[in-house]
Design a protein. Structure first.
Length: 230
């Protein structure tokens, strides 16, 4: 736990960073509530990617914004449509442990910090990440990871394990619903202290009983991005 707190403090000490289109200022961002308590979500089928995208685009237009963000430790009913988040033997996983940034398909995704490719994969299936990249970082003698999910297929083309990326360098682009797990286009960004045994993947949604562990192992990405004041 001490190591996790040190990582959080380290991330807080960095200046604000971006993980999508560096040209988009944070003043062009708006918060988005996708929790199960949001009554607006009952007005349409949140499991329908096209309807979901229309909803998000309407909110962006009404707010004169380019990016919608949010979701860390948010409990969401939308995961209940997919069997990957629950089976007969497991507790429902419906608490989101990354930060989502919703924008148009094709928006560039950039490396949060200097690092190298730990792993990558196309995690197929409804509700999954689709194309995913994990970077490994070493900062102030601390090793940790960042995950970038829901990318385009082209984002994985030509990648190699160990390939280095500089902070702000383009990693890939946001994918469409046809490849990103059947979601409206967005980036799932997650910070991971201990990657455990995972390769090309890491849980981005957890159950209530596992939340204490994942909150510690996956600190709020806003401590690094600083979209909102800490």
């Amino acid at each position: 736990m001490q190591q996790m707190e040190y990582l959080r403090s380290l991330l807080m000490s960095f200046p604000p960073v971006k993980v999508i289109d560096a040209a988009l200022d944070y003043k062009n961002y708006m918060p988005l509530d996708l929790s199960e308590s949001n009554a607006d979500l009952t007005a349409f089928d949140s499991g329908n990617a096209a309807a979901f995208e229309h909803y998000i685009n309407r909110l962006l237009s009404e707010s004169n914004a380019k990016v919608a963000y949010g979701g860390y430790c948010e409990q969401r009913s939308l995961y209940r449509r997919s069997s990957i988040f629950k089976n007969a033997q497991t507790e429902q996983r419906d608490i989101h442990i990354g930060l989502d940034l919703w924008a148009k398909a094709g928006t560039s995704v950039i490396a949060a910090l200097d690092g190298h490719i730990h792993s990558f994969a196309n995690n197929t299936g409804i509700g999954n990440y689709g194309p995913t990249i994990l970077l490994e970082h070493h900062q102030a003698n601390v090793k940790f990871y960042t995950l970038y999910g829901h990318l385009s297929l082209e984002s994985l083309s030509g990648l190699e394990i160990g390939q280095r990326f500089r902070q702000g360098e383009i990693l890939g682009y946001l994918g469409t619903a046809s490849v990103n797990g059947d979601y409206a286009p967005h980036l799932h960004f997650q910070i991971i202290a201990d990657i455990q045994h995972f390769v090309g993947d890491y849980p981005g949604v957890c159950s209530k009983s596992d939340l204490v562990f994942y909150r510690a192992n996956c600190p709020d990405p806003n401590v690094l991005l600083k979209i909102t004041p800490l």
